[in-house]
Ligand binder design. Structure first.
Ligand SMILES: *[C@@H]1O[C@H](CO)[C@@H](O)[C@H](O)[C@H]1NC(C)=O
Ligand SMILES: *[C@@H]1O[C@H](CO)[C@@H](O)[C@H](O)[C@H]1NC(C)=O
Ligand SMILES: *[C@@H]1O[C@H](CO)[C@@H](O)[C@H](O)[C@H]1NC(C)=O
Ligand SMILES: *[C@@H]1O[C@H](CO)[C@@H](O)[C@H](O)[C@H]1NC(C)=O
Length: 416
């Protein structure tokens, strides 16, 4: 029994490491991010733009690790971070280009892991964001990528650079500010001219990224910007501004058209287009997804010493974790992805998942893991179990010979 227990821990240890290697190996290629505030991770902190398009102060970032207002236009991680987290074991987006160039010593090492060029308030058209003194348009961001490209080429040579970039993901989220500017300030173009300008400029920018070596594009379209307070404020009936939302829908179709066309013309180009309009509308229109917690009206809640909470999953803070048979639990990722690490200090260091894993008899755990893992992982895991089975008697022998002394923990669960 003791031998089996020992080999279980060896197995679990190796298995965890192995999975990490498997995943990270697939995503060595750097990630490059372009666009606006939806994916900006601090670029605007370095720019002389107006305060309205900065986010480096509370309560931005309140759910970010250590409640750090990094310049993300978000309570926590933003879309760029979340995509990185889904694709790899990296925790967040690569850093902003402007923070990397300020640290010449680490610049060369860091750019090989990816760069984020996105700047809040910017757009596809060069004039977009001008009202906020933002000049970091998509075109400017691509100029910065030209620099990074030459730096990588200097480090790795043209062939390896081309190979690396062909495997990299180019994540782009832009267009909202062009529409916001057009509808709000209604200056430079007529509506058809505006759409034509957007279409041809976006096309040319994507083509120049391809010419620089980009092959895999991950593009996000524009959300229903007419529902942003800046614009919905103009609708006296309290709804969204339909004109702006119509542009957002047209923008999706235009982007789809550009990507279709480019992928037919350009060998090796692949893309994925995310429809932020539909995704956001689903959430806005699904009234059941929201609970209006009226505690915002603090005056109506005089000094409340204790709050008792009843209800379902909208207010559950972990009750179902304690019902062994309940299927509606939320103790696995990506639940809690924005939960602050410092809030966990009072609890178990391993968290709920760790605590639950500890309670499952390890033999069952091994069987489950083997059943779910790939062949390679399964083979190495079995080898690990065998190593454990062999090592344990060896260690016993070492101890008997008094070469080493081990202490035994009586609290470890025995195996079944
Ligand atoms: C933009 O920059 C100019 C010149 O630096 C400055 O005078 C102006 O106040 C700035 N505008 C905003 C909105 O910050
Ligand atoms: C990166 O490339 C640019 C343009 O080629 C160059 O001016 C700059 O010095 C390079 N940076 C480093 C750290 O090599
Ligand atoms: C204002 O919102 C309503 C829905 O509440 C919508 O029917 C109407 O078309 C909107 N008006 C404008 C000008 O967008
Ligand atoms: C976008 O394209 C779809 C399918 O081609 C079409 O049904 C829809 O009407 C278009 N939307 C707009 C706003 O033109």
């Amino acid at each position: 029994m003791a031998a089996m227990r020992f080999s279980t821990w060896v197995f679990l240890f190796l298995f965890t490491g192995l999975e990490a290697i498997e995943v990270s190996k697939n995503y060595e290629a750097p990630l490059f991010v372009f666009g606006d505030s939806t994916v900006d991770v601090g670029t605007n902190n370095f720019l002389p733009v107006s305060q309205e398009i900065k986010a480096n102060f509370p309560y931005n970032g309140i759910d970010y690790p250590y409640s750090d207002p990094t310049g993300r236009f978000s309570n926590g991680y933003n879309i760029a971070d979340q995509i990185v987290r889904v694709l790899s074991y990296n925790k967040r987006s690569p850093p902003p280009f402007l923070s990397l160039v300020n640290h010449a010593s680490s610049f060369k090492k860091k750019i090989l892991q990816g760069v984020n060029f996105a700047s809040g308030g910017s757009g596809i058209l060069d004039g977009t964001g001008g009202e906020y003194n933002n000049t970091m348009s998509l075109g400017k961001q691509i100029q910065q990528f030209v620099t990074v490209h030459s730096n990588i080429t200097e480090l790795r040579g043209p062939e390896e650079t081309a190979d690396m970039l062909s495997k990299s993901l180019f994540l782009i989220s832009v267009g909202s500010n062009d529409i916001l500017d057009f509808v709000h300030y209604n200056g430079r173009y007529s509506p058809p001219d505006f759409l034509t300008a957007i279409h041809s400029t976006y096309h040319d920018h994507l083509k120049s990224l391809y010419d620089l070596g980009a092959r895999k594009f991950g593009i996000l379209s524009v959300p229903p910007v007419g529902c942003c307070p800046l614009l919905s404020y103009h609708n006296t009936s309290g709804g969204c501004l339909e004109e702006a939302n119509a542009f957002a829908q047209l923008f999706y179709n235009a982007t789809e058209d550009i990507l279709n066309q480019l992928s037919l013309e350009l060998p090796g180009m692949t893309y994925s287009l995310g429809n932020l309009y539909e995704m956001t509308m689903l959430v806005i229109e699904d009234q059941y997804a929201f609970v209006d917690v009226c505690l915002a009206n603090k005056a109506a809640v005089p000094a409340t010493p204790t709050i008792f909470i009843f209800g379902d999953s909208t207010a559950d803070v972990g009750t179902n974790n304690f019902f062994p048979l309940s299927l509606s639990k939320a103790y696995f990722p990506y639940n809690g992805i924005d939960f602050r690490p410092e809030s966990r200090r009072g609890g178990s260091a391993m968290g709920t998942v760790g605590a639950i894993v500890m309670c499952i008899p390890p033999t069952i755990l091994i069987c489950v893991v083997l059943a779910l893992s790939s062949l390679k992982v399964a083979v190495v895991s079995i080898v690990a179990v065998v190593i454990g089975l062999v090592m344990q008697p060896c260690l016993k022998y070492v101890e008997k010979k008094r070469w080493l002394k081990f202490s035994t923990n009586a609290d470890l669960p025995d195996l079944h």
